[in-house]
Design a protein around this ligand. Sequence first.
Ligand SMILES: [Zn+2]
Ligand SMILES: [Zn+2]
Length: 246
Amino acid sequence: MKFILDFLFPPSCPVCKTVGTEDGVLCAKCWAEFNWISDPKCFVCGYPFPANIDLGSRPLCPTCASGKNVVDFMRSSCVYDDASKGVMLPFKHAAALKYRNLMARAMINSLRDLSPKAQCAKGDVPPFDLIMPVPLSYRRLFKRGYNQAALLARPIAKHFAVPMDVDSVRRAHRKDMGHKNAKERRANIRGVFKVRRPDEIKGKTILLVDDVMTTGATFYELRRVLKRAGAKRVYGVVFCRVVRAI
Ligand SMILES: [Zn+2]
Ligand SMILES: [Zn+2]
């Protein structure tokens, strides 16, 4: 069956359509266009440091060193730039599912620092108890028809064999945060999340999933309400993040 499908629809690079060996995997040329985040980086939030400095095995950025990090552990596959936008925006706004595997695979790979078992084979103990896509408001969900974070969270949940929780937290509708700065975003999102089922949250280590992190205000607020509801630890993973000079 696979042979016939490969003949009819040969596996190809989702960006440039060059025929390759596996569907949804970038060709070498497209791969090189992305700014993938690797070491050295902040061990807590994954902020990338210049490649030529040696900061030891678990370096911290100034934000995390001062305890103001947005989540207890955060990873991003790549930097938000023209290459990642070219994948992330069509995925977010038009459900371009051809990019889903590529994004989810890169996100799973970026979690390998979490524990040696993060690359887990079946049967390993996962380093978190449940996976939660960052919720959308009902109004936005209705308008868009899907939550792009949930589309990414599903294959990640499957990889780690961890349940996905889309019901325990609700998000109220607020106007788009568009071009607001970090302080305005944080004020705008304050109080937007409500935990409906605290029993599901209590004592759990939760991995939040989203497509992009800009200022971190959403993660910061979601962690705040989850911790208040008794979550043990709150982690996050995104496909791309905005990297500002610190
Ligand atoms: Zn390509
Ligand atoms: Zn950091």
